[in-house]
Design a protein around this ligand. Structure first.
Ligand code: HEM
Length: 448
């Protein structure tokens, strides 16, 4: 059973063992990747191979192998399942670029999420949190994810389009939410599911939401062009930005990039914050410790960003519930991984959902224990909620700052109660995973 496979066209290339068939492993991967990975790693060893519907993949959670993959020559690591994903994201999305084009695009986008710009975002994070939480009444029951989504959608819409025009922010929030709602996992996992049927198929729903978003973006790009010199939001910066050869983004490219940022920039953080609310309220000792450290620190975006215990809570939450369970790299040349020589044309996938549960790296891995992040630091090959290597999440610093300010602001001000009676499990949304119930909560009131 555990025999490795020799690949037909080159006798030296071998693949690790793994489950047979395509449909069943893909279904298991879509439904519950963590459980599937765990059982395959147990049965076949790590790394293992699956021939998923959208392509063949070697998966690993071993830090030594993840180091090999993230450290590998970027030009030999391409994109996975582009045929399926490109019609969704568009070729002007950073997520769909590789090689030199990808490097050039990252160079242009990276400054938007780093350095001085981050300081300016801090006040937005805080104001938006206060505005949304301020609408809630003591005793009100709510879904944690609805609150964190409302907040993160507004934050990303304000960061991209500026906060001057409330109507634009509202329109973009709605368009982004509809796009997220209509992004069925089916269309991400199989090209065959991208078909039209009387305007009713998942693909039709997605296309309609995308059309609405693109129409809104067209209008907003035109408005931003009129005042580009005075504006400092991401859209204006992108309109002004020039590649090294002096050229700028055309409109279709700009729309793909803006919708990627809108989508990648809110869904992930909202899910991560909902999980963090769940975990801290399930662990009264953690909540006590967190509150004590928030009360001691400054009640400001910088104060929250500097709070090590809050940071550890967020890290531990992303460890237990990674929003993206694995990242994929398509091999353009053979790669030696462990005792296997993986051929070009097969993808390799570092899996956070496996690495984060290694008992060697994280003793008692099922337990929520933020202190582990204060006791030692973990390498980027042991802990990878934002992926790694040349494609590591470009918004990671933005997201970490956002999560610290939003959660710090909420937990310092309010007393909440968790209404979940059972364990909440992680379920697939699209490429992301999130809490099955959305996290039922109650606002008890302001803290004394
Ligand atoms: C908790 C929040 C977030 C999580 C867990 C997360 C996770 C990830 C992961 C796992 C990847 C793939 C990395 C890889 O392939 O190695 C990624 C890529 C990306 N993320 Fe995030 N992300 C978050 C927030 C954000 C935010 C706030 C933005 C934008 C404002 C953003 C924009 C992007 C973009 C544009 C990419 C593509 C990078 C590339 O291909 O070069 N993400 N993210």
């Amino acid at each position: 059973m555990n025999e490795s496979k020799t690949v037909g066209y080159d006798a030296r290339t071998t693949l690790p063992p793994g489950p047979t068939g395509r449909w069943l492993p893909t279904l298991r991967l879509v439904r519950n990747p963590r459980r599937a990975f765990e059982s395959w790693a147990k049965q076949y060893g790590d790394p293992f191979f699956i021939n998923a519907l959208n392509g063949p993949v070697v998966i690993t959670g071993r830090p030594d192998l993840i180091r090999e993959i993230f450290g590998h020559e970027p030009d030999e690591l391409g994109l996975f399942a582009t045929g399926t994903v490109k019609p969704i994201l568009g070729e002007g999305s950073l997520l769909m670029m590789e090689g030199q084009t990808h490097r050039r695009e990252r160079k242009l986008l990276t400054p938007l999420f780093h350095g001085e710009r981050m300081k300016a975002y801090g006040q937005t994070f805080r104001q938006v949190t206060l505005q949304h939480s301020g609408k809630m009444k003591p005793g009100q029951q709510f879904v944690g994810l609805d609150l964190t989504q409302n907040i993160s959608q507004e934050i990303i819409a304000r960061a991209i389009f500026g906060g001057q025009d409330e109507q634009t922010v509202a329109e973009m929030k709605t368009a982004a939410r509809q796009l997220a709602r209509n992004s069925s996992p089916l269309i991400f996992f199989s090209k065959r599911m991208q078909f039209s049927f009387l305007g009713l198929s998942p693909w039709d729903n997605f296309r309609r939401a995308q059309k609405r978003l693109f129409a809104a973006l067209d209008r907003e790009i035109e408005i931003a062009r009129q005042a580009v010199a005075e504006r400092h939001d991401i859209l204006a910066l992108l309109l002004r930005a020039r590649y090294e050869d002096g050229s700028s983004m055309d409109v279709s490219h700009l729309k793909d990039e803006l919708s990627t940022l809108l989508f990648a920039g809110h869904e992930t953080s909202a899910l991560a914050m909902a999980w963090a609310l769940y975990h801290v309220h399930r662990h009264p000792e953690v909540l006590r410790e967190l509150r004590a450290s928030l009360d001691k620190g400054e009640d400001s975006p910088e104060g929250f960003a500097k709070n090590d215990y809050l940071k550890a809570v967020i890290q531990e939450s992303l460890r237990l519930n990674p929003i993206v369970t694995e990242v994929l790299r398509m091999l353009k040349a053979p790669l030696k991984l462990d005792r296997y020589e993986i051929p070009a044309g097969i993808a390799v996938a570092p899996a956070a959902a496996l690495a984060h549960y290694s008992p060697t790296t994280f003793p008692d891995p099922q337990r929520f224990r933020p202190e582990r992040f204060l006791e030692r630091s973990f390498s980027p090959f042991e802990y990878l909620p934002f992926g790694g290597g040349h494609r590591r999440c470009i918004g990671a610093a933005f997201a970490n700052y956002e999560m610290a300010v939003v959660l710090g602001t909420l937990l310092r001000r309010y007393e909440f109660e968790l209404l979940e009676k059972r364990d909440v499990v992680s379920v697939r949304r699209n490429v992301t995973m999130g809490p099955s119930t959305g996290i039922s909560m109650k606002l008890c009131g302001m803290r004394g």
